[in-house]
Design a binder for this molecule. Structure first.
Ligand code: ZN
Length: 404
């Protein structure tokens, strides 16, 4: 009871880690079925599992839609500031805590975007399938990260198990030709009349002007792409936000497929009921459904992979595999992000990640629970002494005379 009063955060975290296991979800799901894929696995590097608490938090921050990210930052920074002000201590100390808490949280958010770190990789057991990304950018896009080269893009994908990726910079066609460390395929992204169209194939530069007059003109783009031997996919979130009532017209005009998961902050807001509608439409009309990292050079992890089979076409040609937290978070109201995102993170932990969390919490708890002697240096020495004290206590038999 005394321990609970003195260390409520540590004990609360242990309860959360254990309780969330009751509603554990798989680390990876086939988006069409909602079930874990039988022929692919998410492999976490040893360092990822070792530092699971920080890695999981950085991933969870990466997989927030824009509105949820804003809500999460707003609530957590305010809560940490209030917590700092209400703590015991001198006014100066309370003020320092009230500033450092929110600053640490913001640093965590920046780390999610910038920090190099180990990342999980998708491994498919069937070698005839290609792990592929259909939508990614380099510095040649106006909103791409400065200095983000084709090689950076290829390395980013290779680290996460991709075997190939289309390069779809805005308005700047990529002709392909890169084979190492992964195959980079030709593509471009065109923005016409509130719709982004991901073009797969080697096309000549296309003037979007004539297609930008209205929805009808925009839909004419698909015919032009087919004339050039390319295919066009409707990108998220635009068709959902701007053309939700036009989807049948998209199909009639020859759209080749739809993105159903997009890892960009705006794309992550796409909710499950809308995805179900698009899956039904694409299934009935034998159209592709794909997942898109839509990576612009920021962030280390993708929320989605595709398993593409060369022998099939249409709906059956591609399977979309995603991190369930990224898909599920779009179903929650933005204002709930400060608590629903951590909960979704905990429910999607593997048992090895749970063990890592518990170990780290206990190590920190023991470090903090043992009172320091005057003159003790901080750091690992205290931890060693704490552990040896605990071991001595454990070794002492019940009822045995205590040491003089
Ligand atoms: Zn894009």
């Amino acid at each position: 009871m005394n321990l609970l009063r003195r260390h409520p955060i540590a004990l609360g975290l242990i309860v959360l880690v254990m309780l969330s296991a009751l509603t554990q979800v798989p680390p990876l799901v086939d988006v069409a079925s909602g079930a874990p894929p039988p022929d692919a696995d998410l492999v976490r590097p040893v360092l990822y599992t070792l530092f699971a608490p920080i890695e999981n938090v950085l991933d969870a921050l990466t997989f927030l839609s824009r509105d949820r990210a804003l809500a999460c930052v707003g609530v957590w920074t305010s809560a940490l500031a209030v917590y700092g002000l209400l703590r015991r201590g001198t006014p100066r100390r309370r003020l320092v805590t009230a500033v450092l808490g929110p600053a640490a949280f913001l640093l965590l958010c920046v780390s999610a975007v910038l920090l190099p770190r180990p990342v999980p990789a998708l491994v498919a057991t069937d070698s005839t399938l290609t792990v592929i990304d259909y939508h990614a950018h380099t510095a040649r896009s106006h909103d791409g990260r400065r200095g983000w080269t084709l090689m950076d893009l290829a390395d980013w994908h290779a680290d996460q198990g991709f075997g190939a990726s289309y390069v779809t910079d805005h308005r700047v066609p990529f002709a392909g030709g890169v084979e190492d460390p992964i195959r980079l395929l030709p593509g471009v992204e065109l923005s016409v009349y509130d719709q982004h169209v991901v073009v797969l194939g080697d096309v000549a530069p296309i003037d979007p002007g004539p297609f930008g007059r209205d929805t009808r003109a925009m839909l004419g783009l698909f015919g032009e792409l087919h004339r050039q031997g390319a295919i066009g996919l409707a990108s998220l979130p635009e068709y959902w936000v701007h053309h939700w009532d036009d989807l049948d017209a998209f199909v009639a005009a020859g759209v080749d497929g739809f993105e159903i998961v997009n890892c960009s902050p705006r794309g992550l807001a796409f909710p499950t009921p809308a995805r179900t509608r698009v899956l039904r439409l694409a299934g009935a009309r034998d159209l592709l459904v794909v997942g898109a990292s839509d990576n612009h050079g920021w962030g280390k992890v993708t929320c989605v992979w595709n398993l593409s089979s060369p022998s099939a076409h249409g709906f059956g040609a591609n399977r979309v595999l995603a991190r369930p937290i990224a898909v599920a978070q779009g179903d929650w109201q933005a204002w709930t992000a400060a608590y629903t995102q951590p909960w979704l993170m905990f429910t999607s932990l593997s048992w090895s990640e749970r063990s890592s969390w518990i170990t780290w919490i206990l190590v920190i708890l023991i470090y903090r629970a043992v009172p320091r002697r005057g003159g003790d240096p901080t750091g690992i020495g205290i931890l060693a002494r704490s552990l040896s004290l605990k071991i001595l206590k454990l070794k002492r038999l019940p009822g045995a005379p205590s040491a003089p």
